[in-house]
Write a protein that binds this ligand. Structure first.
Ligand SMILES: [Zn+2]
Length: 339
């Protein structure tokens, strides 16, 4: 566990779990609660350098030393902590346990709210992320010969996943995020398109600060369904960070539960096998209500009104026109850069 004042708090997920339990989600006949397992060293090394895994393992035993060259700085975003290797193996393994069930045909979709750690790079931690479970899952799926569509709806650019598959057409990565000029990690402009065989298979929708539900839904609909129709993936992998929410303290998008219902319902309506993860999200109440709602959408049951935002912000006047103008540019550039 990170230090007490770190925004990636375990109680985020306890709130989601308790809400779903109270709503009877886990006794539903289609629901299965899976036990996580530890990811294996070989699975982690599908994405990460062996020297980096060694460094994390050592930091886990002896966090007081200096690991800053691996992105693990004591006072940075991703400080070393005792047990971090084992905790990260479980977070990753939970995603893989869900993936295994989906591949075996026992589940249509699996969700790991603790996963979605999309900023971790091959040889360094970044942005609260130590092992990149979405990239590991996409890589293992690609190794089985599958075409993988990765859709990242966290407010931050899915840079680590993009980087891992930048030169291949086997994993299509699409990230909808707040423009990197205004938010960590600073990347994710539409001209990051991939290289070689991967040219056009990294797609970035860089949304302006202030993007609200109408603009967000328009951007999603203009980019994700048409590109997935064209790509024809064998499996869908999603990172569903809920830091685009208007109440999130770290970002400047203004998405509500209503836009999220639109997006996640679309994922659920596709016929693809589906491995879903959480991600960022630092407003505890928004995390609790949105991921509970998204789990119920995966189950295919009605959504109680209590999970929705009562009065989501929608901009008007000149601000509306400016958001729409910038969103249209983001859409045009993303679609224009795609395969
Ligand atoms: Zn995020």
């Amino acid at each position: 566990m990170y230090r007490d004042d770190h925004p990636l708090k375990p109680e985020r997920l306890i709130g989601v779990h308790d809400t779903l339990k109270r709503l009877g989600a886990f006794v539903h006949e289609r629901a299965t609660l899976l036990q996580p397992r530890e990811a294996t060293r070989a699975e982690v090394e599908r994405i990460h350098a062996p020297e980096y895994v060694d460094a994390v393992t050592q930091a886990s035993r002896d966090p007081e030393r200096d690991y800053s060259r691996w992105g693990l700085a004591r006072y940075g975003d991703t400080p070393p902590f005792a047990g971090m290797h084992e905790a990260s193996l479980l977070t990753t393994g939970a995603t893989l346990a869900g993936m295994d069930e989906v591949l075996a045909g026992r589940l249509d979709v699996a969700f790991n709210g603790a996963g979605g750690l999309h900023h971790a790079m091959r040889a360094n931690a970044s942005g609260f992320c130590i092992y990149n479970d979405p990239a590991i899952a996409c890589g293992l799926l690609a190794d089985r010969g599958m075409k993988v569509a990765y859709v990242d709806i966290d407010a931050h650019h899915g840079d680590g996943v993009q980087e891992a598959f930048y030169d291949t057409d086997q994993v299509l990565t699409i990230s909808l995020h707040q423009d990197g000029h205004t938010l960590f990690p600073g990347t994710g402009s539409a001209d990051e398109r991939g290289t070689g065989k991967g040219l056009g298979y990294s797609v970035n929708v860089a949304l302006p600060p202030g993007t609200d539900d109408p603009a967000y839904v328009r951007a999603f609909d203009a980019v994700v369904p048409p590109l997935l129709d064209r790509f024809r993936p064998d499996i869908l992998v999603t990172q569903q960070g809920i830091d685009p929410h208007f109440s999130d303290p770290l970002t400047h998008l203004q998405v509500s539960t209503h836009a999220r219902e639109h997006v996640v319902s679309w994922f659920a309506r596709t016929s693809h096998m589906w491995v879903a993860m959480g991600g960022g999200g630092y407003s505890l109440d928004a995390v609790r209500r949105t991921w509970a709602m998204e789990y119920l959408l995966m189950l295919g049951v009605p959504i109680p009104e209590e999970l929705h935002d009562a009065d989501p912000p929608v901009e008007g006047g000149a601000r509306r026109r400016e958001i729409d103008r910038l969103t249209d540019i983001a859409i045009r550039e993303a679609v224009g850069a795609a395969f």
